[in-house]
Design a binder for this molecule. Structure first.
Ligand code: ATP
Ligand code: MG
Length: 564
């Protein structure tokens, strides 16, 4: 992927198909030219980056066309839902920069949905079926073969009303009966073959407690909730396209005027090297494969937030991939690119040595220190600078020194010159090793005339390396995160997800040397560690030990590995 492709995409400011539909509705005065959307999460997990794509179009459309977007919790299945998720969902939406006009719960409409189901029974359009779920599925037929009518399809209305009431009173066991809409067992759309609209669940609900024991199915709740609220554009993902005729059918049974919500479907976000379904994410938390919903390797919004991703990067990424009618898998590298691009503009450059070896400037006076100026961000001329202390003993990265270097190695090797960033040009004069052959100290001489910013400093050397002063640094833990899965499409892989994990998705390095400027950084603060990548302060930091997360490396090492 190159920058040019992204820029070309960016300059295409044409309307997506949803915007085009909204503009058409506004032009024709549909629904009194109102624009009202909703974001309808099920509070059964934390939001992931796929939900961010839905949030951006739901809230984005309302904002763009002067309408409103409500937050509606789709809490029709009490077994999996919890208030913890409700709170986190609200926090994540705000983090993305949106605010809802109202908060609703599908459970707010349980009474109205019940009344509507009773209405359908009374009109002869619904019946209680006592067959098992398996039996009902067997009778469904296939797209080319009609289904078989249930033996309960002709049950008298009074009996249906009585059984439906008892279903809700806890008289019957879970799974013993369901309420089905009576539509058409020969319909070419399988969803019309007498869909189940209510089932018995004997589990307390996180808001309504034990008031209900019969709960509506998604298809029986979603469109009606849209209708009750006055939604005009109900935007969801492509797998619901085949449900749309049923969505419309229920609303036609319910509607008393010409107002109609309309459902639009767009392509789900899918990523390489990533699993996005809440089912899998919950499993990784429950089985302690990861440390929690906010593990920085999670594709959840709070995982990304902890990792150091910014809402701006997520918005830029979503704008670039756009909304289409075709499913596809996006390269996770594209999101990482957007993160780098955003942080590059914003964050302060600092020095941190992750794998330190000592460098001694043998001709620099012992006890002397100098204050050097480090520019905060060369991409932003107003970003200012901060001070770094230079001294005789420094730490440099172990791999910035080699005893026997190949020709093209422009870092430290005996006899070779490099520039120490923001300081002097030095020449390597030797090194010391321990008994095991590990280099323990590197020696160099500095040239006092080459201090950065001085006239003579223009002398050219091929390599520049970063460093921190032994006098003026502190130890910290650095967590290097990498992709969670080693296979490109874990969602399509038949193996269990535990077999697909990248064993190197987290490497925790201790004893990393940080320049003292970082001491005051707060949880969430973001930096570029020169030559290494983008990092942020993790919430596991304590008074005694700071912890930094690698948000993203400076370059895409995976693209290189694949020979791109
Ligand atoms: P999951 O399958 O990950 O559990 P879900 O669809 O069950 O997700 P909901 O809470 O029901 O999660 O979804 C809320 C909204 O987010 C829905 O409109 C849904 O279509 C949308 N959404 C979910 N996953 C994605 C995705 N990967 N890309 C875009 N939109 C998504
Ligand atoms: Mg769902």
């Amino acid at each position: 992927m190159s920058e040019n492709i992204l820029n070309a995409e960016e300059s295409k400011k044409s309307l997506n198909f949803i915007e085009a539909a909204v503009e058409n509705d506004l032009a024709t005065g549909k629904n009194d030219s109102r624009v009202q959307t909703r974001f309808p999460p099920e509070p059964n997990g934390y939001l992931h980056i796929g939900h961010a794509k839905a949030i951006c179009i739901d809230f984005g459309i309302a904002k763009e066309y002067g309408g409103i977007c409500n937050l509606r919790f789709d809490d029709t299945n009490p077994v999996k839902e919890d208030m913890e998720y409700v709170d986190s969902i609200m926090e994540d939406i705000k983090w993305l920069g949106y605010d809802w006009a109202n908060v609703y719960y599908a459970s707010d409409y349980f009474d109205k949905l019940w009344d509507f189901a009773v209405q359908l029974i009374k009109e002869g359009k619904a019946y209680v079926d006592e067959q098992s779920a398996e039996e009902i599925a067997r009778q469904k037929g296939t797209p080319t073969q009609s289904g078989i009518n249930s033996p309960y399809r002709g049950r008298p209305i009074e009996e249906n009303l009585d059984l439906f009431t008892k279903m809700n009173e806890g008289v019957f066991e879970e799974g013993s009966m369901v309420l089905r809409a009576k539509i058409d067992m020969a319909s070419s759309n399988m969803h019309f073959r007498d869909p189940i609209i209510y089932r018995i669940i004997k589990h307390p609900h996180h808001r309504t407690g034990t008031a209900w024991q019969a709960y509506p199915m998604y298809d029986f709740a979603h469109g009606q909730c849209d209708y009750f609220e006055g939604v005009t554009h109900s935007i969801c993902t492509l797998e619901f396209e085949v449900h749309r005729p049923l969505y419309d059918w229920f609303i036609d049974q319910l509607a008393t005027n010409s107002y109609r919500p309309h459902q639009y479907e767009f392509n789900k976000l899918q990523f390489t090297y990533t699993l996005l379904s809440k089912r899998n994410l919950r499993r990784m938390v429950e089985e302690k494969i990861l440390t929690g919903w906010d593990d920085p390797r999670m594709p959840t919004l709070n995982g990304f937030r902890r990792r150091g991703y910014t809402p701006e990067a997520i918005h830029n990424f979503i704008d670039r991939i756009g909304y289409t009618k075709y499913d596809g898998v996006n390269d996770i590298g594209l999101l990482e690119y957007a993160v780098r691009e955003d942080l590059n503009k914003k964050v302060i450059r600092v020095s941190a040595v992750l794998d330190p070896v000592k460098l001694i400037i043998v001709n620099y006076p012992e006890g002397k220190t100098e204050v050097m100026e480090a520019q905060n961000n060369p991409e932003d001329e107003n970003s200012g600078s901060h001070n770094v202390v230079f001294s005789r003993e420094l730490f440099i990265e172990r791999d910035d020194f080699m005893e026997d270097a190949p020709k093209k190695y422009f870092r430290l090797t005996p006899g070779n010159e490099v520039r120490l960033k923001n300081a002097y040009i030095i020449k390597c004069t030797g090194y010391k090793k321990d008994r095991d052959g590990n280099v323990t100290e590197v020696y160099a001489e500095y040239d006092a005339r080459t201090r950065s910013g001085m006239p003579e400093s223009g002398r050219k050397v091929k390599g520049t390396i970063h460093w921190v002063s032994v006098e003026d640094c502190f130890d910290a833990e650095v967590r290097l995160y990498d992709r969670l899965f080693i296979v490109e499409n874990p969602a399509d892989d038949r193996r269990d997800l535990t077999e697909l994990l990248n064993p190197d998705s987290l490497k925790a390095l201790t004893g990393c040397k940080m320049e003292s400027f970082l001491k005051d950084a707060k949880v969430g603060d973001k930096f570029q560690f020169q030559r290494t990548g983008y990092f942020c302060v993790d919430k596991d930091s304590t008074e005694d030990k700071m912890v930094f997360n690698r948000t993203v490396s400076l370059k895409d090492s995976w693209a290189k590995a694949k020979g791109k």
